[in-house]
Design a protein around this ligand. Structure first.
Ligand SMILES: Cc1cc2nc3c(=O)[nH]c(=O)nc-3n(C[C@H](O)[C@H](O)[C@H](O)COP(=O)(O)OP(=O)(O)OC[C@H]3O[C@@H](n4cnc5c(N)ncnc54)[C@H](O)[C@@H]3O)c2cc1C
Length: 115
């Protein structure tokens, strides 16, 4: 879990958030198996849920890095115009923020139990 499983560019600031969700998911899963509430096979859900989340984070961080490091002045002008739309389109801004924070992913909801 954490950067050991999905190291990526810090663009977007998602690494710690993603690692914390990994830890909560795996901690809850391990606790429920140790307590005998769920079978060992329930641990397979960790990879099923967290690998796609890690893939999304890598994709978004890679895209943000490419956008942030554009060299051509014309590309940067288009980028800045598009980014300014986020200020006037609250639903788009909210979607981006939910993605960056990891709150838009449902993985924690599927593992019952206490943190
Ligand atoms: C510039 C920058 C800005 C960032 N900003 C954000 C942000 O705003 N929001 C966000 O969510 N994330 C951000 N991140 C990412 C975040 O810092 C990392 O995703 C997070 O620290 C990863 O935590 P981790 O515990 O998985 O790994 P690490 O923090 O790398 O911890 C691993 C630990 O294991 C130790 N270790 C390694 N090998 C061994 C060994 N053999 N034996 C014992 N110990 C060992 C290391 O010394 C280290 O202390 C940023 C990263 C950078 C570089």
């Amino acid at each position: 879990m954490g950067d050991a499983a999905h190291v990526h560019s810090p663009a977007g600031g998602q690494g710690m958030n993603t690692g914390l969700v990994d830890a909560v998911f795996l901690g809850r899963s391990l606790a429920s198996v140790v307590r005998g509430e769920r079978p060992e096979s329930a641990l397979d859900a960790y990879e099923q849920m967290r690998r796609p989340a890690a893939a999304q984070v890598l994709q978004l961080a890679g895209m943000l890095t490419r956008i942030a490091t554009m060299r051509s002045a014309s590309q940067r002008a288009v980028r800045n115009a598009v980014l300014s739309l986020f200020r006037v389109l609250p639903p788009a801004r909210r979607k981006l923020l939910m993605n960056l924070s990891g709150l838009g992913r449902k993985s924690l909801a599927v593992v019952p139990g206490r943190v």
